[in-house]
Ligand binder design. Structure first.
Ligand SMILES: Cc1ncc(COP(=O)(O)O)c(C=O)c1O
Length: 386
C-alpha cells in the first residue's frame, strides 16, 4: 500500500512519552487527573436538548441536510451577530454552517492555498492551521506569539518577501492555548496588513463567549474592511457546551464563503438538521445563562491559579478562553516539567511546546474539569516544589 506523501509529513505526536506514562499509570490502577483537553464538563443546556428531541421527531430532519445549512440556521447566526457584535450579515451569502469549526478551518485551507503558497500561522497555536496548510500543499511561515507582545503576532516582523507570497493568515482571539485577547485596534492592523499584501484573514473566534471579569471579546468582523478580506469561524462547542454535537459556523466575505461552500459541498453533506435546530435554540439563549456558565469557569480559574503560583509558576489570569497558560520554573522543557508533575502528583498539564516552539516555557491547563476533580487535583499539587 502506498500512503500519500502528505500523510508522511504530519509531524509526530510530541506527547507520546507522556501518553505512555498515563497508560502505564492507568494499568496500575492510578487515576490521572487531566487538565488536558478543553472539552466542557458542564452538560449541554436542557432547552437545547429539548430542541433536539422535538426536531428529531420531524421526518424532514431525517434526510440529507444541505451543506450550507438551513436558511433558519443561517438567519439565527445573522441575528446573533447583530445582537452580540452589532455586525450585519446577509444570511444567504455571508454565512455557512460547519461540522464544527475544525472542519471549516481544515477545509478553508483548500480555498486559499495552492502548492508553494505561504500561510502565516501563529505559534503557539491550534494545530489545525498548520496541518490544513500542509494538506493543501502550502508551507507555514510561523508568526511567533510572545508574552512581550501580549501573545499577538508582530506584523512588522514579517519579511516583505514572505508577506508578498502569503495567501492566508490565521488568527485566533481569545486565543488557544495562551488565553490572550485582542482588541479592535489589533484587528484594524490585521485588516490593513491583509489589504497591503492581498492576504485572506481567517479569524478563529471559537472562544468569544467564554470570558471573565465582565470582559466581552469583540468580533473581527466588527472592524471596518474586515469583510473585504476575511472570514470568521465560530463554534457552538465552547459557547454552549456542545462539543459532541459538532456544529459551528463561518461568516464573512461573500466570495470566500462561496469558495468554502464549493469545497464543502463536494466533500461533506452538512450538519444534521436536528443539530442545527439545537444551535438555533442556543443562539437565542440569553446572555445571563452564558454568564452563569462563565462564572463557574471563573471561580475554577481563581482557585487553580494560586496553587500554580505556589508551585513556582508565573500566571496572568486569562480574561477569556478555557485555558490557564502558566510559565514554568527554570530548568525544564515544558514536556520535562509536565512529565515531572505527572510522575510526582498524577496530575496532567499540557506542555506548551506541543502548540509550537514559541510555546516552550509554558504549560496549559483547561478549566473544564468538575469542581470535585479540581479539588483533588489541587490537593495533589499543593506544596509541590519540583
Ligand atoms: C482555537 C480552536 N479552534 C477550533 C476548535 C474546534 O472547535 P469545534 O469543536 O467547533 O470543531 C478548537 C477546539 O478546541 C479550538 O481550540
Amino acid at each position: 500500500m502506498k500512503l500519500s506523501e502528505r500523510i508522511g509529513k504530519v509531524p509526530p505526536y510530541i506527547f507520546v512519552q507522556i501518553s505512555r506514562k498515563i497508560a502505564a499509570k492507568k494499568a496500575e490502577g492510578i487515576e490521572v487527573i487531566s487538565f488536558g483537553i478543553g472539552d466542557p464538563d458542564i452538560p449541554t443546556p436542557s432547552n437545547i436538548l429539548d430542541a433536539l428531541h422535538e426536531a428529531s421527531l420531524d421526518p424532514p430532519n431525517h434526510r440529507y441536510p444541505e451543506s450550507e445549512g438551513l436558511p433558519e440556521f443561517r438567519q439565527s447566526v445573522a441575528d446573533w451577530y447583530k445582537r452580540r457584535f452589532g455586525v450585519t450579515l446577509d444570511p444567504e451569502t455571508e454565512v455557512l454552517s460547519l461540522i464544527g469549526a475544525k472542519e471549516g478551518i481544515g477545509h478553508a485551507a483548500f480555498c486559499f492555498i495552492d502548492p508553494g503558497d505561504i500561510a502565516l500561522v501563529p505559534d503557539p497555536g491550534y494545530p489545525v492551521y498548520g496541518i490544513g496548510t500542509l494538506f493543501a500543499g502550502g508551507s507555514s511561515y510561523i508568526m511567533p506569539l510572545t508574552e512581550d507582545n501580549n501573545w499577538l503576532p508582530d506584523f512588522e516582523a514579517i519579511p516583505r518577501t514572505v508577506a508578498d507570497k502569503a495567501t492566508v493568515m490565521w488568527l485566533n482571539y481569545p486565543n488557544n492555548p495562551t488565553g490572550a485577547i485582542a482588541d479592535k485596534q489589533f484587528f484594524d492592523r490585521a485588516v490593513k496588513f491583509a489589504k497591503d499584501y492581498n492576504i485572506a484573514v481567517m479569524h478563529d473566534a471559537c472562544y468569544t463567549e467564554v470570558a471573565y471579569d465582565g470582559y466581552q471579546p469583540p468580533s473581527f468582523l466588527e472592524v471596518d474592511g474586515a469583510k473585504d478580506v476575511g472570514l470568521e469561524f465560530h463554534s457552538l462547542s465552547k459557547s454552549y457546551n456542545m462539543t459532541g454535537w459538532r456544529i459551528g459556523m463561518v461568516a464573512g466575505n461573500q466570495e470566500m464563503i462561496s469558495a468554502l461552500l464549493t469545497i464543502k459541498s463536494n466533500l461533506d453533506s452538512g450538519v444534521a438538521q436536528a443539530v442545527q435546530h439545537m444551535a438555533i435554540e442556543g443562539l437565542r439563549q440569553t446572555d445571563e445563562s452564558i454568564e452563569a456558565r462563565n462564572s463557574v469557569y471563573q471561580s475554577r480559574r481563581d482557585r487553580i491559579i494560586p496553587v500554580l503560583r505556589d508551585m513556582g509558576m508565573r500566571v496572568i489570569p486569562p480574561k477569556a478562553s478555557l485555558y490557564i497558560w502558566a510559565g514554568i520554573p527554570d530548568g525544564y522543557t515544558s514536556a520535562e516539567f509536565a512529565e515531572k508533575v505527572l510522575d510526582d502528583t498524577d496530575v496532567l498539564m499540557i506542555p506548551g511546546g506541543s502548540y509550537g516552539e514559541a510555546g516552550e516555557g509554558y504549560v496549559r491547563l483547561s478549566v473544564t474539569l468538575s469542581d470535585s476533580l479540581i479539588d483533588t487535583a489541587l490537593e495533589r499539587l499543593a506544596g509541590w516544589q519540583g
